[in-house]
Design a protein around this ligand. Sequence first.
Ligand code: CTP
Length: 407
Amino acid sequence: MDGKTIVLGITGGIAAYKAAMLASALTKRGARVQTVMTRHATQFITPLTLQSVTRQPVFVDMFDERDPSRIAHIALADDADLVVVAPATADAIARVAHGAGDDMLTTMLLATRVPVILAPAMNVHMYENPIVQRNLSILREVGFYVAEPGVGPLACGYTGRGRLMEPDEIVEFIDMVLTPKRLAGRTVLVTAGPTRERIDPVRYLSNDSTGTMGYALAQMAWRMGAKVTLVTGPAAKEPPMGVETVAVYSAQEMLRAVVERVPNNDIVIKSAAVADYRPVQAATVKIKKTDQELRLDLVRNADILQAVRAVRNSSTYVVGFAAETHDVDYYARKKLQEKELDMLVLNDILEEGAGFGDTTNRVTLYFADGAVLPLGLAPKLAVAGDILSHVASRCGATGHVNSPHTI
Ligand code: CTP
């Protein structure tokens, strides 16, 4: 988003006040935000608020021509990388759907050729009204993105669908739209997080994985146009937008969830830190302490990647992870070969900034054809983007300009 020009359209609904938060979030992310408000929007929030937050002039009047060398609504349309209308009222949606051009916002929308996101917000009955829904269908058909409103208490006193998508979710939606769709049409299965192996009703065996890398991979794969399923062990994280999330607990549950989904996926990325052992039997009641030493008998969990081998087809692209502390190159090559992977992502967890729970990562990619590619230290989301770009290149995903997502 850094360096992009985003036109923020604001129309006249009570959620207009949230547009200031969105403008602020986008500005902080390095975007140049050009605000265009309808007259009705100025009843709810002032142009000065938006001007102060974005440090850019705000447009309301269609005939407010400040630069004689350019026509304002055309210049706004041409300079934008993306337009987002938040909130979009039923009236604004109707006027845009039917080609109106009677104010700065609608003329700019008619003139622009960049992606447009509409974030509706209104009373639940208005939103469910077939006329509004038909207008949204018209707009979707011609390529507009619709950031669906959420369900919750509404300003009118009703509870239902009609709440403006939260500003941080709109930011994520914008990131998705701006990301090249290198995985369009692909299905991707990602596993993430630790597994937990029950000892008794209050205790378990697990590891330090937080799931951050796997969630970043799922999020980036969605942004890149894939249909994504995330099978996750217990991780204290919000499910990524647009991703089908399947929560599991133990390695055995993860095994079942993965095996049944592999045949429906083109790409399988196993970033979960699966427990290799589980107690032979979980106690059904809490184990009480005694004066004796306690011995815990463990049994091996099945290797999920071995099971994936049995159900994958020849074109499934399988990526494994290896978290190592020593002889990292040796173990990386060994796992790549033994688990018959297309790519192995090596994580030296003793390296600075590359451990469990860090926000950054530094990994090395090992490919089945013998190629080895170290990547630099970067935030996990950026590392996820790099890994997936290599996956896309290697598995022949070409991608399309337009996203298949309808959120
Ligand atoms: N993995 C798996 N099923 C297991 C254990 C691991 O599918 N029961 C997968 C992980 O998701 C990862 C890869 O295997 O993609 C490597 O995991 P890791 O724990 O590093 O390797 P192990 O094979 O368990 O080897 P070791 O514990 O001996 O290092």
